[in-house]
Design a protein around this ligand. Sequence first.
Ligand SMILES: Nc1ncnc2c1ncn2[C@@H]1O[C@H](COP(=O)(O)OP(=O)(O)O)[C@@H](O)[C@H]1O
Ligand SMILES: [Mg+2]
Length: 238
Amino acid sequence: MERLKTGVSELDVVIGGFPAGKTVLVTGDPGTGKTIFGLQFARTCCTRGMKTAYLSTEENASDLRLQGESFGWDIEGLEKGDFFRFIDLAGYRAAEIKTALSISLDAVKGNFVELLDNLPDDIQVLVIDSLGSRTSNLTVFEFRDRFDLLVHNLASRNITAMVILDSVTSKELNDIALFSAYGAIQLLKRENPYTGRRERVMDIVKMRNTKTPIQLLAYEIGLRGIELMLPGEISKSL
Ligand SMILES: Nc1ncnc2c1ncn2[C@@H]1O[C@H](COP(=O)(O)OP(=O)(O)O)[C@@H](O)[C@H]1O
Ligand SMILES: [Mg+2]
């Protein structure tokens, strides 16, 4: 199975990258690094020559460029190179999006498939950051239908996608999304039971067709973005 580098090099060693043409869900509380992970993945894909779009519902494009710059990522340069584009829905109200971006009201309310209709045909990689803010008014059944349809449509267009869900999304909707996605990674902050220190850990909840570690993987947000610190037992088994 073809895989795309995630940009987190140690994670790429562990799982070999994200399965091409499939949808991986990234969940976690605010501040756990979901957006940084999304930018890191998107940047990695387009520097490898893939047409990549980053659909942002929470932060506007200029804030995201700044966040990238803090890690030395020249997002603006990538945008000029035509391989990277932001679809910036942040700060727009539904009615404004309709006129400003010709995306219909239905799409803004969580009809994600319609969002895809507005994507350029040649997009190979998509990050949706995040789905949660557009779905809170949906019933569980609506959400399931729309999420399934989204995953199905992405797969039929052979788009490799990272879909970010934030914690405002109910546990019920989270579980549904977990079930439908090909892979799922949860980012967490927790207290290390041995050191008593707070740390960031990543749980690879599932990744079909992939050997995944059962352990939580500790990570840091460092100078190069998200960096995993692999435990000895995993490093040794590689
Ligand atoms: N340049 C940086 N260096 C180190 N840590 C950073 C940097 N920029 C942001 N962070 C950390 O990342 C957090 C934000 O990550 P973000 O991806 O926006 O989280 P999320 O999208 O999950 O809410 C900040 O609260 C901060 O702890
Ligand atoms: Mg975010």
